[in-house]
Design a protein around this ligand. Structure first.
Ligand code: GTP
Ligand code: MG
Length: 426
């Protein structure tokens, strides 16, 4: 189901405006999504309606107009800017006589094209199957009257086949879910955390193509724990990243944190995809700090921020402190960068000065509870000295007759672990 061939098709896009503010933007974005899928948009049809028509989504006249315009422009596919009911899709397919898909199907196809890792492929396939399930239909000969429901109303030989198909799909979904659970996508962060004694986690989140991966790579260039640390994939295309990557970074004062980069969002992200990608997004859900990366050079950035924040809520991410990072300021001649105003940071992910300042801002947040103390570690506790050198920001070390005397900046958890060796200043 997921080995879609890369296609290059001429497509017509069509949408209903119910007077919503972001309608124009969502149509522009649909064009971008079609491009991301390798298609070329040759025509654009819009209808103003208070609500979609039950059986055919658009009014009759509009359906004819779409069919004519598509043919006149040699389009082979029509893409509708919404998630349609199964019967609406079937009816439009019949009436227009061309391949008709909805926005959800298009996004699923893009994700399927992009998925490289086993986990991403499995997650996409689960979403595809869930989308397909209510769209299975034993016969598609006559025009359905209503949206929703569909095939189950049809009685006869087809029903048995339909039931069987459904059972097969449900079984496969269950198996893929099990595989995903066994692969445990969230394990990556926990593994690194276990090795490193609970260093804080910072997650990059935001709209697709905002520059999350570029920001991650910029920070890795400056602060990667090991020089050979692998960079993540960045590219000027929607949904370049479908997996979560976690890397450990060490700041100049020896403070360490984990940085995660993950899948981006888009408006009307299909709910099946959100569900399927919950495991991938778990890093963000468990983060100590979120950095919302925004493409500040895109005039639609306020809508993108709104959609990002809504999506985070849908996933159940709230109450995590957030820095808003307005990226690509280099593309805005009217803007000075890097510039910090509270937790609003204007920057360019391609500018080292910006990244240094971002690192300082991260430090300020995640090490807010840090305190500097002096400890006297007995020689018998050599592993604690190693721990301090590895995990805390050590500013002085002195070897005395009684043990190793270390001054370090530690967070609350580390302070607890070291409390019994605290030197009380007299
Ligand atoms: N001019 C400019 N381009 C940038 C900047 N940051 C990122 N880009 C470009 O924006 C495009 C997208 O960057 P990515 O880092 O892949 O974006 P992303 O947020 O990871 O996107 P997805 O993985 O698709 O969600 C790439 O072509 C980057 O080179 C910046 O500060 N300035
Ligand atoms: Mg990315």
């Amino acid at each position: 189901m997921q080995d879609n061939q890369p296609q290059s098709e001429l497509v017509l896009i069509a949408g209903i405006s119910r007077g919503q503010d972001n309608f124009d933007y969502s149509m522009t974005e649909l064009t971008e999504l079609a491009k991301a899928h390798g298609d070329t948009v040759v025509a654009d049809v819009r209808q103003n309606l208070d609500r979609a028509i039950g059986a055919t989504y658009f009014g009759k006249g509009k359906v004819d107009e779409i069919a004519e315009l598509a043919r006149a422009n040699d389009a082979t596919t029509v893409i509708i800017n919404d998630e349609l009911s199964p019967s609406q899709l079937r009816n439009l397919n019949k009436l227009i006589g061309l391949h008709v898909i909805d926005r959800t199907q298009l996004i699923l196809d893009i994700f399927a094209d992009r998925a490289k890792s086993k986990a991403a492929k499995t997650q996409v396939e689960i979403a595809q199957l869930q989308y397909a399930l209510p769209r299975l239909h034993p016969s598609a000969n006559k025009l359905d009257q209503q949206g929703g429901g569909g095939g189950l109303a049809n009685r006869g030989a087809g029903e048995t086949k339909l039931e069987m198909d459904k059972r097969v799909l449900n079984k496969r979904i269950a198996r893929l879910r099990r595989e995903l659970k066994e692969a445990d996508v969230g394990a990556q962060v926990r593994r690194v955390q276990r090795d490193t004694n609970a260093v804080p986690v910072v997650a990059l989140v935001g709209y697709t193509n905002a520059g999350k991966s570029t920001t991650m790579n910029g920070l890795l260039d400056l602060y990667a724990d090991h020089p050979e640390t692998k960079q993540v994939f960045e590219k000027d295309m929607l949904f370049a990243t479908l997996d979560t990557s976690v890397r450990q970074l060490t700041l100049p004062d020896n403070r360490k944190f984990l940085l995660s980069d993950t899948v981006g969002f888009v408006s009307k992200l299909p709910h099946h995809l959100i569900d399927a990608f919950k495991a991938t997004l778990a890093e963000a859900a468990n983060a100590d700090l979120l950095i919302q990366v925004v493409d500040y050079s895109d005039p639609h950035y306020p809508e993108m921020m709104q959609i990002t924040e809504q999506t985070l809520k849908t996933i159940g991410i709230h109450d995590i402190p957030m820095i808003t990072a307005y990226n690509k300021a280099d593309k805005r001649p009217d803007t000075h960068y890097p510039e910090l105003n509270g937790d609003q940071f204007i920057y360019s992910a391609q500018d080292p000065a910006s990244l240094h300042q971002l690192a300082r801002l991260i430090t300020k947040h995640i090490f807010a509870d840090a305190e500097t103390h002096t400890y006297l570690i007995p020689f018998s506790e050599g592993q604690l000295v190693d721990f301090m050198n590895r995990e805390t920001a050590v500013s002085a070390t002195d070897y005395t007759d009684d043990g190793t005397r270390i001054t370090a900046t530690v967070n609350a958890a580390q302070a607890g672990r070291l409390a019994q060796y605290l030197v009380t200043e007299s």
